[in-house]
Design a protein around this ligand. Structure first.
Ligand SMILES: Nc1ncnc2c1ncn2[C@@H]1O[C@H](COP(=O)(O)OP(=O)(O)OP(=O)(O)O)[C@@H](O)[C@H]1O
Length: 382
């Protein structure tokens, strides 16, 4: 979809902001560009919508060399979101959002309708916020309007330059979650610039870690964290990358242990064959758990002795959420259910299995690192 071929940008004073860059962003993929200040991220991005022209090399959009496309036409195909949102102060939120459809010559009613739809999509009620002016919004709300405006003409490509950089960490996390939800619906091809590795890891399908004008590693977040390509990348992602990996590794079916299972209407078993068993209802949905001790000291059915289960998560939740849930409930294991199937019980995750899952994910992502050579705590470089 977006393809860089040996692209170099040298400014008049000789600075090579970007040096012989080649990479590709697939359709519907979100790639984060991350690196320290001045490494060339913004220059890379601005070359895509021709705000900056490369010194050499070429950039293809859907196979077409962008140098041959009229910049105004090109920019209509590309949504652009920046940190200083750049909303027009004298226009309402609705008018701001409808800017591009207006420029494209849409009828006023249709443009406003589309703008209202998009405000809804980014979590702003058009009835409440549509007629306000930008200075009547919080920073986070302004960013949402910026995203809505960039999406208004439904461009296939989005360029986002530190779009959530100006808001506090709490709002920022919320905007990131909302954006991920939005992206799962609209599936744009996105280039996202950030200097924050946490943000890069959380949002990117793949991450490009920049050195000085070049990409040091271009890979899935789990692979960058699990097997940094160079000491520079290892240093940049930080010594706590094992912890960061937890947030990008989902719990999968294959990670789970299968404990003994009893059903609510079973007669209490004399012996469980384990210290505890999971209790399911007649539909195989999770109800709770029962200890061997409570099973042995009662009569009647499991229902009367079972305890409710607090510590559970849906499959696909991150290992970080799983770990946090274990800590929160002081639990040695948590139940994993399938929310898409009305909460069907899938198995349990234990600390040992969590550790295994981390190894599994590094093995899967960093294909050239043999699984048995992966040490979750100490992998530093290949
Ligand atoms: N117009 C310009 N003339 C000369 N040098 C420039 C110009 N614009 C940028 N540079 C230099 O090019 C390099 C890359 O800049 P760029 O803005 O792409 O970095 P960045 O990674 O986006 O940094 P930041 O995170 O601080 O925004 C820097 O060394 C910068 O000083």
């Amino acid at each position: 979809m977006i393809r860089f071929e040996h692209v170099t940008k040298r400014y008049a004073d000789g600075t090579a902001a970007v040096d012989d860059l080649s990479f590709e962003v697939a359709e519907g993929e979100l790639v984060t560009l991350v690196g320290p200040s001045g490494c060339g991220k913004t220059t890379t991005m601005k070359m895509v919508n021709r705000l900056i022209e490369p010194t050499s090399g070429r950039i293809l959009l859907d196979g077409e060399d962008i140098a041959t496309i009229d910049p105004v036409q090109l920019r209509r195909r590309i949504g652009y979101v920046i940190q200083q949102v750049g909303l027009f102060p004298h226009k309402t939120v609705l008018e701001n959002t409808a800017t591009v459809p207006h420029l494209l010559g849409w009828k006023r009613a249709r443009a406003r309708e589309r703008a209202a739809e998009l405000l809804d999509l980014v979590g702003l009620d058009p009835g409440t916020y549509g007629d306000r002016y930008p200075d009547q919004l919080s920073g986070g709300q302004r960013q949402r309007v910026g995203v809505a405006r960039a999406l208004a003409a439904d461009p296939p490509v989005l360029l986002m330059d530190e779009p959530f950089g100006a808001v506090d960490p709490v709002v920022r996390e919320r905007l990131q979650s909302e954006f991920l939800r939005l992206q799962s619906q609209v599936r744009k091809t996105v280039l996202f610039v950030t200097h924050d590795i946490e943000e890069a890891v959380r949002l990117g399908d793949r991450i490009a870690v920049y050195g000085q004008g070049t990409i040091e590693q271009f890979d899935a977040p789990a692979a960058v964290l699990g097997a940094p390509a160079t000491p520079y990348v290892a240093d940049f992602v930080g010594a706590d990358r094992g912890l960061k990996r937890l947030s990008v590794t989902p719990v999968e079916d294959g990670d789970l242990e299968q404990p003994p299972v009893v059903h609510l209407d079973d007669r209490l078993p004399r012996k469980l064959g384990a210290r505890w068993a999971v209790v399911l209802d007649a539909d195989e949905n999770l109800h709770g758990w029962i200890s061997a001790e409570r099973a042995a000291t009662g009569t009647g059915t499991v229902r009367e002795r079972a305890r409710r289960m607090e510590a559970w998560l849906p499959v696909g939740a991150s290992l970080k959420q799983a770990f946090a849930t274990m800590l929160q409930h002081d639990a040695g294991w948590i139940a994993i259910i399938d929310e898409r199937e009305k909460g069907r019980f899938l198995g349990v995750l234990t600390p040992a299995r969590l550790h295994e899952a981390l190894r599994r994910s590094i093995g899967a992502d960093a294909r050239d690192v043999p699984r048995d050579e992966v040490d979750v705590e100490t992998v530093s470089s290949r």
